[in-house]
Write a protein that binds this ligand. Structure first.
Ligand SMILES: [Zn+2]
Length: 277
């Protein structure tokens, strides 16, 4: 059985402030260790269920977070940035299942932790009318290749949002927001124990969980935090301005949708230093 693991950092146990997940932050060395532990726990759970090929994508920020020397020696890791398909780099039709580890809730989630959708510039992302965060986006890319997401670990609302989209998946909640920069969290050890158990259980459900597929063509609508971002992004050919802060793009499939979404975020970033609008 072949498993693809996409790993983010904001959803791991403990983290409550983005400075902790920033390579320049003093807590970063601790956080990358905790992230590595959670990924290793998922690998161990997958092995318990008989997985024989595991590819891990280091999907947070620079893609240089995981301490590879502490992972199971027989996995392959995609490290660095940026790579095709972002956090889902390496996915293909060869895989039987996808795991999401350290995932966080979408932007503007009450009691979510560090909720954002790809960047903090995106207020809301909709695929054929359904609001998705990074978990839904990654699930839809996996679904494009016929691969089901069977395990999601992260903050309680990331897990809830994933379960709303995908029936029967196994969710492991590591913490919950109790303030914008405050969490009630499991200890890293406890989170790892639950992730290992969840990973084994999730692989036993492969076959009972459908890939998350979005019907083609895909109408992608993106609301930005600021109108100037929408103005800049609407200059990309075939991207239409919908309203003050929103744009829309009709994509042939999920890979095209993701490529354009990534480009939109790059273009929107030019608005950041352009005054308050
Ligand atoms: Zn993220």
């Amino acid at each position: 059985m072949k498993v693809h693991i996409t790993a983010d950092m904001e959803g791991i146990a403990t983290i409550c402030h983005d400075i902790q997940s920033d390579t320049k932050g003093g807590d970063f060395p601790r956080m990358r260790e905790i992230m590595t532990g959670e990924v290793q726990a998922a690998i161990e759970g997958a092995r318990d269920a008989g997985a024989n090929k595991i590819v891990v994508c280091d999907g947070h920020d620079t893609g240089r977070n995981l301490l590879i020397e502490k992972l199971d020696r027989d996995v392959e890791v995609i490290e660095g940035s940026s790579y095709d398909l972002g956090m889902m780099a390496g996915i293909s039709r060869d895989f039987d299942a996808s795991f999401q580890i350290g995932y966080h809730s979408m932007r503007h989630t009450h009691a979510g932790v560090l909720g954002h959708t790809f960047t903090y510039s995106v207020a809301e992302l909709r695929l054929n009318g359904t609001v998705v965060g990074e978990s839904g986006l990654s699930a839809a890319i996996a679904g494009h290749f016929g691969v089901p997401v069977v395990l999601v670990s992260g903050d309680a609302h990331a897990v809830r949002q994933a379960k709303n989209l995908i029936k029967n998946l196994v969710g492991v909640s590591t913490k919950e927001g109790v303030g914008l920069y405050a969490v009630r969290t499991l200890t890293p050890d406890k989170a790892c124990e639950l992730i290992r158990k969840g990973a084994k259980e999730a692989l036993e459900l492969v076959g009972d969980i459908e890939p998350y597929t979005i019907k083609k063509p895909i109408m992608m609508e993106v609301e930005f935090e600021r109108p100037l971002m929408a103005q800049y992004v609407s200059r990309i050919p075939l991207v239409k301005r919908k309203d003050f802060k929103s744009v829309a793009f009709k994509a042939a499939d999920m890979v095209e949708a993701f490529h354009v979404f990534e480009l939109m975020n790059q273009v929107a970033s030019y608005a950041k230093d352009e005054g308050p609008l």
